[in-house]
Design a protein around this ligand. Structure first.
Ligand SMILES: [Fe+2]
Length: 250
């Protein structure tokens, strides 16, 4: 399994509070069957110099974590560095934003603001795309109040990421099915921040996907994230229809 969204680096954002916690988070992820974790620390960018200072802080935290992993000698997933870029209308003016893409890819995880979606934001996404980046929108299910605007993101060819723990909520499972059928679900990520209330729920989510939605849904998400880490375009969805009665049982 690949976890596309995580906050494992200590002292970069509100994720892992120290190295010990980060090591435990990664070991648990590996035990849960996760082979690759994409590290997506929050990047709040004011002016362009913040991009380089973020990269510097992030890489320093990663080096320390890498050393600790080597000394520990345990079983850890592979880590790919990236960022969760908080979208602001001016971001599209900063060429160095390309440095925030997931390593070895052109894909970039973007967090939309929780209010004030407007034309300027869509233009920022458009400009980011002109730089050769491929945006992935983080936890799209948190923005259901903007559901009627999702098609604007889709028109910009963005991919949509969903958090694993959303599959643990029954009402949300129905919503997510609708989002799947509208082609608004492409990538799964844990968005893990710690070992307790924001822990990694990928294993539970994939069990739910396999058992309640069906194997094809699980495979679809796995194929998509594999394609993305290979810097390829995911294939078009061919998801089986879930009947009315099975939908009730989700
Ligand atoms: Fe996140």
């Amino acid at each position: 399994m690949i976890d596309f969204h995580s906050h494992i680096l200590p002292d970069v954002d509100d994720g892992a509070e120290d190295i010990i916690t980060a090591l435990k988070m990664l070991k648990r992820a590996k035990r849960d069957g996760i082979d690759t974790v994409v590290s997506t620390s929050h990047a709040y960018i004011g002016d362009e110099s913040d991009i380089d200072s973020f990269i510097e802080r992030r890489n320093r935290a990663y080096d320390e974590l890498y050393n600790a992993m080597s000394i520990d000698g345990g079983d850890f997933p592979e880590i790919r560095l990236g960022a969760e870029l908080h979208l602001k209308s001016y971001i599209g003016r900063y060429d160095t934003v390309t440095k925030l893409a997931v390593q070895k890819t052109d894909y970039i995880l973007i967090e939309m603001p929780y209010s004030g979606w407007n034309q300027e934001l869509y233009e920022a996404i458009y400009n980011i795309k002109l730089m050769g980046l491929k945006p992935v929108m983080a936890h799209i299910e948190r923005y259901m109040r903007y559901r009627s605007e999702f098609h604007n993101l889709k028109a910009l060819d963005v991919l949509f990421q969903v958090n694993a723990d959303s599959f643990l909520s029954k009402p949300m499972r129905k919503t997510l099915l609708d989002l799947f059928y509208r082609d608004y679900v492409h990538i799964l990520g844990s968005d893990m921040h710690n070992l307790d209330e924001r822990k990694n729920r990928m294993a539970e989510a994939t069990d739910i996907l396999r058992n309640r939605y069906g194997r094809k849904f699980c495979e679809y998400l796995e194929d998509n994230v594999t394609a993305v880490l290979n810097n390829e375009q995911p294939k078009e969805a061919k998801l089986p229809k879930i009947g009315f009665l099975d939908r009730l049982k989700l």
